[in-house]
Design a protein around this ligand. Structure first.
Ligand SMILES: *[C@@H]1O[C@H](CO)[C@@H](O)[C@H](O)[C@H]1NC(C)=O
Ligand SMILES: *[C@@H]1O[C@H](CO)[C@@H](O)[C@H](O)[C@H]1NC(C)=O
Ligand SMILES: *[C@@H]1O[C@H](CO)[C@@H](O)[C@H](O)[C@H]1NC(C)=O
Length: 368
């Protein structure tokens, strides 16, 4: 009897179809839910007036406003320009504050997350996100800060070609211990125009990011603001060494040592470069640069008819800071110390000679 068998087969077939249909419905339902979950709306980034301290805000998607079964949460992702990676965090709140480097792109993404009764306790996240990228304004303006002898910070900026002549620049700065950005305490003027800011010994924290903003106004309207950030211990320019001592310790050695001007410079952080100008007895001139980590130098010395001249400059070494400016060169000291004519750089004496010749010719011309 094949018939009942057939019947049975048919039943099996329908059962199978039903199961498949259920599976499809469940999967489709899940997919539908997943796709249906909208990203947050009205993502906004507000500069809270603290130069890079940004407040990020958003609203829940309007499709969820009637949802009462579970509260939406959010996944916030932003690019941390200091660590050079993406930070991810989850929050039920609709706002988040963090510090960005305003001289770089600010990139933020926010997703909606549902979890609870409405999703049968499985977490689902919106496929799309609300996203924003803030580009730092670029004005082609150069900005440099020099921390003179670790005592006084001076920052200066250039006016770009597009800067209107009537422009009046302002400088604001901010760091973690300030509530609000603060304006420059004393502007440096050049030709009646603001070219820089003198912090006049006003203390700023070291090993802390300091944020600067140069903005301003002109008759044509407000100027584009530019942002910079730096740590001041990396901007140090030491004062040139000023006490140079040069003597022969014996018939065969020349000893050169020096002192940096008093100040709060950590001695173990200094390094030096010595410019050694040597004129041999045969009149042969050589110029050497010697790098040293101690404020002294001993050189072989053979003939009392030769002449040695030295200048030295200093900076902070890379064990203490990431970078440092060289100080100016110190004055020159020579051995033997008296007549310093031989030590004048060649071009200078040549220049002097030309000048004398010119004066001589001029006198001749006037006479005849
Ligand atoms: C919810 O999940 C539970 C356990 O995981 C399950 O027994 C139940 O059938 C699910 N309900 C729905 C409507 O999916
Ligand atoms: C900045 O201020 C310091 C201390 O008040 C002063 O010694 C220095 O000359 C000033 N620099 C300029 C460029 O005005
Ligand atoms: C410059 O920036 C500061 C700090 O954000 C702000 O308080 C000031 O109003 C700005 N000035 C101009 C002219 O835009």
């Amino acid at each position: 009897y094949p018939r009942p068998l057939n019947n049975n087969n048919n039943n099996n077939y329908y059962n199978c179809l039903l199961l498949l249909l259920i599976i499809i419905i469940i999967t489709a339902d899940r997919g539908w839910r997943f796709r249906k979950l909208d990203p947050p709306e009205d993502l906004a980034v507000l500069d809270s007036g603290r130069l890079g301290q940004m407040q990020i805000t958003w609203r829940p998607p309007s499709s969820l406003t009637k949802m009462t079964k579970c509260l939406p949460q959010y996944q916030l992702e932003y690019f941390n320009t200091y660590k050079n990676n993406w930070e991810t965090l989850r929050t039920p709140r609709r706002t988040y504050s963090t510090q960005f480097d305003p001289s770089k792109d600010v990139h933020i993404k926010v997703y909606t997350i549902l979890n609870g009764e409405c999703t049968n306790n499985t977490m689902i996240m919106s496929k799309n996100c609300a996203e924003t990228i803030l580009k730092p304004p670029s004005t082609g303006q150069a900005f440099i800060c020099v921390y003179h002898n670790m005592e006084n910070l001076e920052c200066s900026w250039t006016r770009s070609l597009k800067t209107p002549p009537s422009a009046l620049h302002n400088l604001y700065f901010w760091h973690k211990s300030l509530d609000q950005a603060v304006e420059c305490p004393s502007y440096i003027l050049s030709g009646g125009v603001r070219k820089g800011c003198n912090f006049s010994g006003k203390p700023l924290p070291e090993f802390t990011d300091i944020y600067f903003c140069v903005n301003g106004s002109s008759r044509e309207g407000p100027l584009k603001a530019t942002f910079f950030s730096l740590q001041i211990q990396n901007q140090v320019k030491v004062t040139a060494p000023d006490k140079l001592h040069l003597q022969t310790s014996s018939d065969t050695e020349l000893e050169f040592h020096w002192e940096n001007p008093a100040g709060r410079l950590p001695g173990h952080c200094l390094e030096w470069e010595v410019r050694h100008h040597h004129v041999g007895t045969d009149g042969k001139i050589s110029l050497n640069h010697i790098h040293t980590e101690k404020p002294r130098l001993t050189l072989p010395f053979s003939n009392s008819n030769e002449r040695n001249c030295f200048q030295v400059r200093s900076r902070l070494n890379s064990y203490c800071v990431d970078q440092s400016f060289w100080s100016d060169w110190s004055h020159e000291t020579c051995h033997p110390g008296s007549d310093s004519k031989i030590c004048a750089p060649l071009h200078e004496s040549l220049f002097r000679q030309i000048k004398i010749t010119t004066i001589f010719l001029n006198v001749l011309c006037v006479k005849f």
